[in-house]
Design a protein around this ligand. Structure first.
Ligand code: R5P
Length: 282
């Protein structure tokens, strides 16, 4: 068994190969003069683990090409991050179910798929091959332990992320809660923990995705106003669009932590162990 990866997942794939005690196959990537992508994979084993985070349109095309280049092998696809997963239903007449379109395209040429903290579990049903989802919530919890915070409060930015916050908090038996937005006027909103008080406490806001950072920046600003001692933000998928990382640090957040499902300098948590565990369990 070998591991092969797209350009976006080189570090995670290498770490995964090490954990599985195998090697990563070299791939040459380039572009034609008109911008079309080209790639050439090295020689493959009969079984291949393809690792490719779909962070944007180019990454999606590159992953489709890589799967096609591996058509001589039995392939398992690891999809650490799946763009378009948030358009998981038709919210308004005339829209596509983008997650379904992407899932169906990625199912061709692979025997099964592993996702990491997929935005909604229903997305798994859109793949036309068996798909499983793993969660890094406990790994985020283990990382938070290394910060040695005194009695931290783990906060989800909304009720939808409460189960995730609960799993993170279970790593240290910490208290957890979710933020609730209250509209004070036409232009003013207040965000505060639903039940617990953040004053004088270290708070870790946890979510599956940080995209523009808007959700967490607003929450952090208000929690500081309410007397929080220090605030950290942790997520699985650090999309950080439009300078979101800097925007978050500028609010006074002590640190912004993400996993390597999207590779960044602040990727302090690796999905490799959990992915390897899921592959071995197959
Ligand atoms: C939404 O359902 C997700 O869980 C995140 O809360 C959301 O994607 C964060 O977006 P942003 O960083 O743009 O506020």
């Amino acid at each position: 068994m070998n591991v092969i990866c797209t350009e976006n997942s080189q570090i995670l794939a290498t770490q995964l190969a090490r954990t599985l005690k195998t090697t990563v196959v070299d791939v040459k990537y380039s572009r034609f003069p008109d911008g079309e992508q080209y790639l050439r994979a090295g020689s493959l084993d009969s079984e291949t683990i393809i690792v490719g985070s779909v962070v944007d349109n180019d990454a999606l095309v590159q992953l489709l090409l890589l799967i096609d280049a591996c058509d001589c092998s039995e392939n398992q696809l690891v999809l650490p991050y799946m763009a378009y997963a948030r358009q998981d239903k038709r919210f308004r007449q005339g829209e596509p179910i983008s997650a379904r379109a992407v899932a169906q395209a990625l199912s061709r040429g692979v025997s099964d798929i592993i996702t990491v903290n997929i935005h909604e579990k229903e997305v798994l049903t859109y793949f036309s091959v068996p798909a499983r989802n793993i969660s890094l919530a406990r790994d985020i919890g283990s990382y938070i332990k290394t910060l040695h915070l005194e009695n931290p409060l783990i906060l989800a930015p909304d009720e939808g992320a409460l189960a995730f916050a609960e799993q993170v908090a279970s790593a240290g038996d910490w208290e957890y809660d979710h933020l609730e937005k209250t509209r004070l006027s036409g232009v003013e909103v207040k965000m505060a923990p639903k039940q617990l008080c953040a004053a004088s406490r270290s708070v870790v806001i946890v979510d599956d995705i940080i995209s523009t950072g808007g959700t967490i920046a607003t929450a952090a600003g208000m929690l500081y106003q309410q007397g929080a001692k220090d605030i950290y933000a942790a997520c699985v998928h650090g999309v950080f669009t439009g300078g979101a990382y800097v925007r978050l640090m500028a609010t006074g957040i002590r640190d912004v932590i993400c996993s390597d499902t999207i590779e960044h300098g602040c990727s302090k948590i690796s999905a490799a162990n959990q992915i390897a565990h899921a592959i071995r369990k197959k």
